[in-house]
Design a protein around this ligand. Structure first.
Ligand code: ADP
Ligand code: MG
Length: 476
């Protein structure tokens, strides 16, 4: 079902269609079950009004696409039922990582929906056909991806501030704004938030948000129908152009060329550009040098891997919006264990909430271990005690052998305690085993070390930063 653009040489375009039909049968079965569960939960009346009208349209990669008859229904479903659909689906199939709701194409109302985003614009400029292109070319924005739903901490404060600044300025504060960071750290969320905010402030501003893949898809289509001029014109008439995940453009020479021209034209006209990628401009592979350097001209803001505090903050904020209660110690547990990205944190939380509401009681830690077995395993770093001892002794400039020696001076004992603490937190080794590896010490010594380090981390900022740095080095 999915159109994969593969070879791309000049005008020759090959689109490979994957056969997902078997998988789709399974997805259909899952959808039937999900609907059944929701019906039990919300009752027949609500079900008939809101859920029955949804039809399963497609499943692309790991995203399920559901279609509804009108924009009104879509909004309502997103606000009220999307989370529950997601969580029930997760119980069925852990691989699904997103659900998109679209308004049925064959329904006339779908046109209405597309227009509503640029409604004021359309009414002002009825004669201009171009606006239809704008509304259809820009991807839907997720209504939950707003600034107010974005939790800010050290790792993302620069990106957040830059995003706010761009959306609040009437002029162009820096161009382009280049946001980068690993998967699931909030780049798309911030871009949608910028679009929402700009739209709220001034509905007349023309904002296009799209993935780099979609950009390529349109470009290739334009090439096929030999109307690349019109293609360029569309983009040259926007106020703000956002291209998400620009790393996917790399390597495709003529798309890059086109992107570069469009990009330059927009910058010359003082239009705001916002680009996201998984790497910094310098580190993007397969991108021409002049393109790379131009991408770095404006403000480059990165989102760092999340800290424990930020992970916990995000979990707490998300928990408040759930119907089921998840206890604070479980949130802390998740923040400790799931370190890779926010998407996984959300996934874990939704799954727990879904389970809790299905069985009708509160979740405890044992259940969590069981329910999230796969997630906890995959995010378990393959760090071992020896590595920890090595890194810690390098960091504090002590001998590796002192990790197991009996010397007790503070300069040696403290690093040793930190290494024990990290062994407890980053590996699945038991306390007695950790003790053994540190010169046959008793498990109570390990407990003491863990407590001590925790205490110091809470008290002493620079100590805490040291430990965080070590964790980051060991995790990467
Ligand atoms: P990226 O585009 O960087 O891969 P996304 O923007 O898609 O990541 O974020 C993944 C999920 O995590 C989204 O559901 C998003 O709302 C959520 N998320 C990411 N960062 C934050 C944050 N700081 N506060 C709240 N939610 C966040
Ligand atoms: Mg993204």
């Amino acid at each position: 079902m999915v159109g994969n653009i593969q070879n791309f040489h000049g005008n020759k375009v090959e689109i490979v269609i994957e056969d997902n039909s078997k998988d789709f049968v399974e997805i259909q079965a899952q959808w039937a079950t999900v609907r059944g569960r929701i019906r039990q939960k919300i009752g027949d009346a609500q079900f008939k009004s809101w859920i029955k009208v949804i039809s399963l349209k497609d499943c692309v990669d790991r995203k399920v696409i559901l279609s509804v008859p009108s924009a009104f229904v879509r909004t309502r479903i997103i606000e009220q039922y999307l989370d529950i659909i997601k969580s029930y689906w997760l119980v069925q199939n852990l691989k699904i990582n997103d659900i998109e709701i679209v308004v049925a194409q064959d329904n006339k109302k779908s046109l209405k929906k597309n227009q509503s985003y640029h409604e004021t614009l359309d009414s002002k400029n009825k004669e201009r056909k171009q606006d239809d292109i704008f509304s259809s070319i820009s991807s839907d924005l997720d209504t939950r991806f707003t600034f107010s739903n974005f939790i800010v901490g050290k790792p993302n404060e620069l990106a957040f501030a830059a995003a706010r600044r761009v959306s609040e300025s009437d002029d162009v504060p820096f161009n382009p704004l280049f946001l980068y960071g690993g998967v699931g750290l909030g780049k798309t969320h911030l871009m949608h938030a910028i679009a929402h905010e700009i739209k709220n402030r001034n509905p007349l501003r023309r904002v296009i948000y799209m993935s780099a893949e979609k950009f390529m898809y349109y470009f290739i289509k334009a090439l096929r129908f030999k109307n690349t001029v019109a293609f360029k014109e569309q983009f040259r008439n926007v106020d703000v152009l956002m291209i998400d995940d620009v790393q996917f453009i790399s390597g495709k020479d003529s798309t890059q060329e086109e992107f570069f021209h469009t990009f330059n034209a927009l910058i010359d006209q003082n239009k705001q550009l916002i680009i996201s990628a998984d790497k910094s401009p310098q580190d993007l592979e397969g991108i021409e040098e002049r393109m790379r350097s131009r991408l770095g001209w404006g403000l480059v803001a990165d989102i760092h891997p999340l800290t424990y505090e930020l992970r916990l903050g995000i979990l707490q904020a998300k928990e408040e919006k759930l119907s089921a209660r998840i206890s604070p110690n479980i949130l802390e547990f998740l923040a400790h264990k799931i370190t890779s990205n926010v998407r996984e944190l959300e996934g874990a939380l939704n799954r727990l909430a879904a389970f809790s509401s299905l069985v009708g009681r509160e979740i405890n830690l044992d259940m969590v271990q069981d329910l999230l077995k796969d997630l906890l395993k995959s995010s378990q770093r393959k760090v071992n005690i020896e590595e920890i001892q090595k890194k810690v002794s390098q960091h504090f400039n002590v001998k590796m052998s002192d990790m197991s020696s009996s010397r007790r001076s503070r300069t040696i004992a403290r690093p040793r305690q930190i290494a024990m603490y990290l062994s407890k937190n980053l590996t699945s080794r038991s306390l007695p085993e950790i003790g053994r590896r540190f010169g046959n010490r008793d498990h109570t010594t390990v407990i003491h070390a863990v407590k001590k380090v925790e205490e110091l981390r809470n008290k002493d900022n620079s100590f805490d930063e040291d430990v965080q740095l070590l964790i980051r080095m060991l995790e990467s």
